[in-house]
Ligand binder design. Structure first.
Ligand SMILES: Cc1cc2nc3c(=O)[nH]c(=O)nc-3n(C[C@H](O)[C@H](O)[C@H](O)COP(=O)(O)OP(=O)(O)OC[C@H]3O[C@@H](n4cnc5c(N)ncnc54)[C@H](O)[C@@H]3O)c2cc1C
Ligand SMILES: *[C@@H]1O[C@H](CO)[C@@H](O)[C@H](O)[C@H]1NC(C)=O
Ligand SMILES: *[C@@H]1O[C@H](CO)[C@@H](O)[C@H](O)[C@H]1NC(C)=O
Ligand SMILES: *[C@@H]1O[C@H](CO)[C@@H](O)[C@H](O)[C@H]1NC(C)=O
Length: 429
């Protein structure tokens, strides 16, 4: 008996989409996979992302760990900068695979990682990419097929399975799971932070450490080194009063990059430290990207023959430090379960959810009060936060490694606390 050749459409060519395609091709080579990406080329912007704990063996099994090491950012740790512009606390890399600190041992720019994944899938037989295209409707037919219509040049097509890997504001999710497909906030747990990412030139005083600087009114500058001699900047605005974001939320969804930059420039007026450098760098940058910091929470990740993976289904938010890890774990398990049950898709989708949920639940657990606790509104709040950073980074405290291990485990279980085993599919079994 030959297994049926599955026809799969993957919406989104970021991290989850290509990873899923890689694994499905490896474990079920007869499957035909089309990856749809709305931008004209792979999107390569962003800061460093971490590959930690459970995700490491998956990247190893893909044969990509040496490549990830080759592209590793040069970050040696993180400094917390006080209001006076001086270093208030310094955290070097832990060098310990079991208990990684704020700077993970596998730090790679999101764009470099997305490129590695694209390069390692684009020429595989039975995988094809379509850029500059998106979906407009998804209809499940009685014959257990899914009919998809496209926005640009492609004619209506029928698939056995549609995988939504289209990120935090997933259109696939809105079309299938929303009460109102236009509502981008349905299924979001809003965390009260809006952020901007961009690249800017280095200056002489930059160090191999990342710099974290809080300014009053919930403003954060996080400046990180990369291996290209430039810096990756993250600007965050945090407020538990969500009305502060009405304007930027509207701009983000309905206006262009120039208006988005202007909002951040206005917010960072008079923020102190190197804020003027950041704003200038942002205005001149050509890779600006912004997003709302939020988690995606869903009761189910599949409906019939449409399934979500990565940020689309369970974005843990960048402040969890494991957005990429969750996308890797979920895509791997989805591909693995489909390869075990190619003739019973609903069983495969149920098994994917059963195995992935406990992991997702552990990584979606954030430090109590995050992100507000790390982004105080007042100068006094910032001083308290900096004092905590100073105490924790004191040699006397770091010497008792166990205490730090506990602290990192408390910040996020993904930093080494959880002992969650990744299932093994295929030849490794
Ligand atoms: C440009 C960019 C920069 C980022 N920078 C950072 C960062 O610095 N730090 C961090 O922690 N996280 C960052 N993220 C988020 C991070 O990539 C994800 O949390 C994580 O890697 C999960 O990946 P994903 O594939 O599920 O989602 P994403 O990486 O968001 O990928 C989704 C992909 O789907 C595409 N897409 C979206 N809608 C459609 C549609 N309707 N049709 C077709 N394609 C669509 C997008 O263009 C994108 O390529 C960034 C995401 C993007 C897109
Ligand atoms: C591609 O798919 C076809 C049919 O589904 C299959 O016969 C073929 O072996 C696949 N190619 C590779 C290289 O796996
Ligand atoms: C929340 O923010 C809005 C807009 O910035 C402001 O008008 C309102 O007074 C704030 N509410 C509280 C309770 O601070
Ligand atoms: C798929 O698996 C489920 C659960 O094991 C089973 O109840 C169902 O009959 C199976 N469907 C098919 C078409 O084999």
């Amino acid at each position: 008996m030959t297994k049926p050749a599955l026809d799969v459409l993957v919406v989104g060519g970021g991290i989850a989409g290509p990873t899923f395609a890689f694994w499905l091709h490896k474990l079920l080579p007869t499957a035909h996979i089309t990856i749809l990406e709305r931008s004209p080329a792979p999107r390569l912007s962003g800061q460093a992302v971490d590959i930690r704990a459970a995700a490491v063996p998956i990247v190893e099994r893909m044969g990509l760990i040496d490549m990830v090491k080759k592209y590793a950012t040069t970050e040696q740790g993180i400094d917390f900068i006080g209001i006076d512009g001086k270093v208030a606390g310094s955290f070097p890399k832990s060098g310990d695979m079991e208990a990684q600190s704020f700077t993970s041992e596998f730090e790679i720019l999101r764009g470099d990682f997305a490129k590695i994944l694209y390069e390692s899938t684009k020429s595989l037989p039975n995988i094809s990419y379509i850029f500059d295209e998106t979906i407009t409707s998804i209809t499940q037919t009685q014959t257990e097929k899914v009919e998809v219509t496209f926005k640009n040049h492609h004619p209506t097509q029928t698939y056995d399975l549609v995988v939504g890997a289209d990120g935090q504001s997933s259109l696939t999710r809105r079309l299938i799971f929303n009460k109102n497909p236009k509502n981008k906030q349905e299924h979001l747990r809003r965390l009260g932070q809006y952020s901007a990412y961009f690249t800017l030139p280095s200056i002489l005083s930059d160090t191999p450490f990342a710099a974290w600087y809080n300014a009053p009114h919930g403003r954060l500058i996080l400046l990180r080194p990369d291996q290209y001699g430039t810096r990756r900047c993250y600007l965050g605005v945090t407020d538990s009063n969500l009305s502060r974001f009405d304007e930027i939320d509207d701009i983000m969804h309905n206006k262009g990059v120039e208006e988005q930059k202007k909002w951040f420039a206005k917010e960072f007026e008079g923020a102190g430290w190197q804020s003027e450098r950041m704003v200038k760098g942002m205005m001149e940058s050509d890779d600006f990207y912004m997003q709302e910091i939020a988690q995606v929470k869903m009761e189910r990740w599949s409906e019939g023959r449409v399934v979500l993976v990565g940020d689309a289904a369970y974005c843990p938010s960048p402040i969890s430090g494991v957005g990429t890890g969750a996308a890797l774990v979920g895509s791997y398990i989805l591909a693995g379960e489909l390869s075990l049950h190619p003739d019973n898709i609903s069983l495969a989708l149920a098994q994917y959810e059963k195995h992935t949920r406990p992991f997702v639940e552990s990584v979606q657990h954030l430090i109590p009060g995050a992100p507000q606790v790390a982004n105080p509104q007042t100068e006094t709040g910032i001083k308290v936060f900096n004092t905590v950073a100073w105490v924790l980074s004191h040699p006397f405290v770091t010497k008792f490694g166990g205490a730090m291990k506990k602290f990192y485990g408390w910040v996020s279980p993904a930093f080494g606390g959880t002992k969650w085993e990744v299932p093994v599919y295929g030849e490794g079994k």
